[in-house]
Design a protein around this ligand. Structure first.
Ligand code: MF3
Ligand code: CO
Ligand code: CO
Length: 275
């Protein structure tokens, strides 16, 4: 049975399996953290160019977080030592920034989570270095549609399974593979909390959505088959068949009549092309 817990704002919040329900001050906190995440992702758009190294992008992410009064939630998280994840081409998620440089035609996801005044703003977008193939661009476009179609289902009275079902049905129209090994998640004071937001499933199943719930939706969609494997670094997840993979992520809060997206781009740079 799903358990919900009202959060007043000052208590210690535990990862105890309960779904937290937040009030107006928490929404305000998430709005600020989410806005910083979105501003950082906006700032990445002109920097993603062939020849740029992913550790340079990571440095800019860290500097912008610190300048904004936040800390990177990923820094020191379960031993992760970078300020964002950068996942290129067949990397599904949790790509580690390095001295590796981007090539013309690379598609990549940048995933950032500033922790600001105790609130986590978790968001990621796709970028294209130079010019990508039509099939790569279509994968990126459809993955963005999957995220937004999922968000449209997020309102009080709906079930969590409605979101996964909508995403699955859209992705499958294109015969894309939907990654099952990684999910969206509740967040707020905690980075990763209940519920688990699966990007496939059956409508009408799962916990009921209630005002004050905060969670991410972050579908990972593959040009080929769904299965993923983890590289020896313990982080980098890649498609088993080496097909291209795309992902977009927003952090949202359920409101009385729908949802609020905390991580919308202030400059309208939600998807490529970013020119
Ligand atoms: N931001 C990722 C997410 O969407 C989590 C990254 S954890 C890290 O949940 F340690 F890999 F950075
Ligand atoms: Co997330
Ligand atoms: Co993320």
């Amino acid at each position: 049975m799903t358990q919900y817990q009202h959060i007043t704002g000052t208590e210690t919040v535990l990862r105890d399996g309960t779904i937290k329900l937040h009030g107006p001050e928490a929404f305000e906190g998430m709005r600020k953290a989410g806005r910083l995440a979105a501003e950082i992702l906006d700032a990445m758009a002109p920097l993603v160019q062939p020849g740029a190294s992913t550790e340079d992008l990571d440095r800019t992410v860290r500097e912008m977080m610190l300048d904004g009064g936040a800390v990177p939630a990923t820094l020191g998280y379960r031993g992760y030592t970078h300020s964002c994840c950068i996942s290129i081409n067949h990397v599904v998620c949790h790509g580690i920034p390095s001295s590796k440089t981007l090539k013309d035609g690379d598609i990549l996801n940048i995933d950032v989570t500033p922790l600001l005044d105790g609130w986590h703003g978790d968001s990621s977008r796709m970028y294209i270095a130079g010019d990508a193939s039509l099939k790569a661009r279509r994968l990126v476009e459809v993955t963005y549609e999957c995220l937004m179609i999922g968000i449209e289902k997020a309102k009080p009275g709906a079930r969590l399974g409605d979101i996964g079902a909508a995403i699955q049905s859209h992705a499958e129209q294109y015969r894309y593979g939907i990654v099952r090994e990684f999910c969206g998640h509740g967040l707020g004071r905690l980075f990763h909390d209940a519920p688990e937001v699966v990007h496939a499933g059956r409508a009408g199943t799962g916990p009921e959505l209630k005002p004050g719930m905060f969670f991410t939706i972050e579908p990972m969609i593959n040009l080929g088959k769904s299965p993923v494997k983890l590289l020896n670094d313990g982080w980098t997840a890649v498609t088993r068949d080496k097909s291209l993979s795309a992902q977009f992520e927003h952090s949202i809060g359920i409101t009385e009549d729908g949802c609020e997206i905390f991580t919308l781009s202030p400059r309208g740079l939600h998807k490529p092309p970013h020119e």
